[in-house]
Design a protein around this ligand. Structure first.
Ligand SMILES: [Zn+2]
Length: 85
């Protein structure tokens, strides 16, 4: 009798996910000086989809490694991507 070997479902799945910045939450800022010409671009967080359970996760910072809040599986990340590019 041959033993039946269980295959690991996730063994061949990619271990990297993409980080997507949230849309910028623009706050109305009244400049102290009418001569000011520069503003801050603020990113409020990054979203990524778990390759294991498809949970949509979010991170405050862009990091090289993330862990799914639902299933606990960890992934490496690509550089952040922008939704509207
Ligand atoms: Zn997951």
């Amino acid at each position: 009798m041959h033993k039946i070997l269980e295959t690991l479902r996730d063994a061949q799945k990619a271990l990297e996910v993409l980080l997507w910045p949230h849309p910028i939450q623009a706050e109305e800022i009244i400049a102290d000086s009418s001569e000011a010409t520069m503003v801050d671009l603020v990113v409020s967080g990054y979203e990524w989809l778990c390759l294991n359970c498809h949970e949509e996760n979010s991170e405050i910072k862009a990091t090289e490694n993330v862990t799914c809040r639902k299933c606990g599986k960890g992934f490496e990340t690509y550089l952040p991507q922008y939704t509207y590019e």
